[in-house]
Write a protein that binds this ligand. Structure first.
Ligand code: GTP
Ligand code: MG
Length: 203
């Protein structure tokens, strides 16, 4: 799938204020600094559409980006970010949770995990939360450029084994790099297929 237009629409911390239109959307979630905003920029061929930073905690709101005037990419704050105050952390977590539980337009969630890391408790718990609530998700391994190909394969294999301790099968997954654009076509084509599959539900 080709991206022709990508436009920032709105940021907010309240799911009830997200765009009301009946349009399929795809959310990017994961720990702070994992590369959610960078991946949105890479997929949409922009450098500054979503705000990125080397310091965790950059994205603090629910951000809707309209793609090809047909569907949304949604950039979210990282979960489990420890360096903000407890009160802010609670507020983050509560609106992120509300977003997932209430957003009817959400057709697929991408849970981003760093290719270099072993399965982390917070990611596994979040996937469990999605599973328990019947929210479809895929895994996106990020920052693949930071590893050589054999380390990368070794880590992904290990990660999949970890996932199989709590899941019967490994969810659909993609290996990406926002630096090298690895995985770009695969993720976009996947979204393109879902858009076709769900088109009838959004008429
Ligand atoms: P929060 O908004 O804080 O939750 O973070 P985020 O998940 O949106 O991460 P962001 O895209 O802001 O990227 C965090 C840092 O990782 C930035 O310094 C990026 O340049 C870097 N980064 C993101 N993706 C990649 C990648 O694929 N390769 C490399 N080498 N660096 C990356
Ligand atoms: Mg971000």
């Amino acid at each position: 799938m080709k991206i022709n237009t990508a436009t920032f629409i709105i940021s907010n911390s309240d799911v009830s204020k997200c765009p009301a239109e009946k349009t399929p959307e795809y959310a990017f979630i994961g720990r702070s600094n994992v590369g959610k905003s960078s991946l949105i920029n890479m997929l949409t061929n922009h450098k500054k559409l979503a705000k990125i930073s080397g310091r965790p905690g950059k994205t603090q709101l629910i951000n809707h980006f309209k793609i090809n005037d047909k569907w949304f990419l949604v950039d979210l704050p990282g979960y489990g970010y420890a360096k903000v105050s407890k009160t802010i952390k609670k507020a983050f977590q509560s609106f992120i949770k509300d977003y997932f539980l209430q957003r009817e337009q959400l057709v697929c969630t991408f849970v981003l995990v760093d290719s270099r890391h072993e399965p982390q408790k917070i990611d596994l718990e979040f996937m469990e939360f999605l599973g328990e609530n019947g929210i479809p998700f895929c895994i996106i391994f990020t920052k693949a450029d930071k590893l050589g190909s054999s380390m990368l394969n070794k880590n992904i294999t290990k990660y999949k084994k970890g996932i199989l301790k709590s899941w019967e099968s490994v969810p659909t997954h993609f290996i990406t790099s926002s630096e090298s654009e690895m995985g770009k076509e695969d993720v976009l084509n996947f979204i393109g297929k879902i858009n076709i599959d769900v088109a009838d539900n959004f008429k």
